[in-house]
Each structure stands twice: as C-alpha cells, then as structure tokens.
Write a protein that binds this ligand. Sequence first.
Ligand code: SF4
Length: 247
Amino acid sequence: MLKIIKNRIEQGHKTTSYPKEPIELYKRYRGLPKINQDCDISVVNQCAAICPQDAIVASERKIDLGKCTFCGRCENVAGGAFVTFSQDFGMGTATREALLCDGSLPALADHAKDHFKKLFGRSLQLRQVSAGGCNSCEADTNVLNTPFFDLSRFGIDFVASPRHADGIHVTGPISKNMKSALISTYEAIPSPKVVIASGCCSISGGPFYGSSEIVGDLSAIVPVDLYIPGCPPHPLTTLHALLKFFK
Ligand code: SF4
C-alpha cells in the first residue's frame, strides 16, 4: 500500500487540463482542412482525382469530411495549393450536410439540441456498438477512459447494457451481419435517446463505401444526432464533440 501511495505521489496528476486550457497536438496531426477557394481549378481537379475516397467535390471546392480519411494525399498536390490540414480537432457536426466543408464548420454548440443538453448535460451513458469496425475507432474512443482524458469527470461513461444507456456510439461501416444487432441495441435503449456516428465508416462507409456487404450510412437505419468525422476520430475530436453537443 505504501508503495502505491509513493508511486502516486511520484507520478503526480496525469489528467489533461483540457478543456480549461488549450492542448497542443503533434505537428503531423491532420485536423480541419484549410481550403484555398482561389486555387486554380486544374489543381482542384488533380486533388479530386487523387483522392481515394471521392471526398473532394471539385465544382464546389469542398471536402466531404464524412468520407475523408485524412490520408493527406491531396495536401501533397502542388505543395498544398488547394488544401492543407490545420491542427483544429473540433470537427463534430449535428448534420450530415455540414460535413461538406469549405474550410469551416458551423458552431456545434449552436446546433446542439437543447432538450439533449437539458436531459444529458449532467450525465450521459453511452453504449458502444462496433458495427464491423477495424477497431481503430474503438481503440481511440477507449483512450478517453484513460487517466489522461478521464472522460467520466464530465459525467460521460460507456456502459455495458443498452438498457442502462442514453444513446449509442456507433463505429464501423455497419456490415450486413451487424445490422440487426445494431437495430436491436438501438431499440433496447429507452427514449429519449441519442445516436452518434463516429468515424467516416459509420457516416459514409469510409474505405468500404460502395461495398454490397455494408450499409455504410448509419442515418439510413436510425436517426443520427451527432457526426464525428475521422479515420479514426482523434480522442480529442470525440471529446470536443461530446462536450460541445451535450454540455
Ligand atoms: S485527405 Fe481526405 S480529401 Fe484528401 S485525398 Fe485523403 S481522403 Fe481525399
């Protein structure tokens, strides 16, 4: 016991002071894209052609963050003349349309549903559903439970039973095999309930889009309240979205 106490004293307090204080991310992190609206259309077309996700809408000079995997290929075209990626990890949106991004996103707090804030602002229990995910979204969500992020200090927890949950946090492209399990989990949660689509797979199918083995769009089977883009979403993107939407 004395060893444990000594160890705790030596280690000190590990939890991040975010959101009270800003947090700096590793410089290679790719967050909200900065899009040059004055870029030559030929460069925009090159970026669209090289994008493995068909995420660039060249005619509108926008990037669909619901499809983008943040691979960075477009950033390497013409020295980033059309797009470069910022360190801004706040990319959650309340609507699918808002993810079609011209370099900015609507303030999430303005679009958050007031009744959700009233109901779940103090306590939010989520059931995680991995609907055919590769486990990276799941792993980076799990990181929020470590002492560094300490998600439960915000009154947000992941629970085992949907009967004890206020909503579902869905990852993965929703393989056909998981579709009925996902719907059963959704139906087992008492109303009112929230649905969170996390990662480009659950938003659009991600790298699996077009496959006949997936649903690929969570909103096609249940109503989605919060979209968190990324491949996978950085833990801070998820934390930022949860706090802005519910707090
Ligand atoms: S970073 Fe996104 S938009 Fe750019 S090439 Fe990769 S998937 Fe496409």
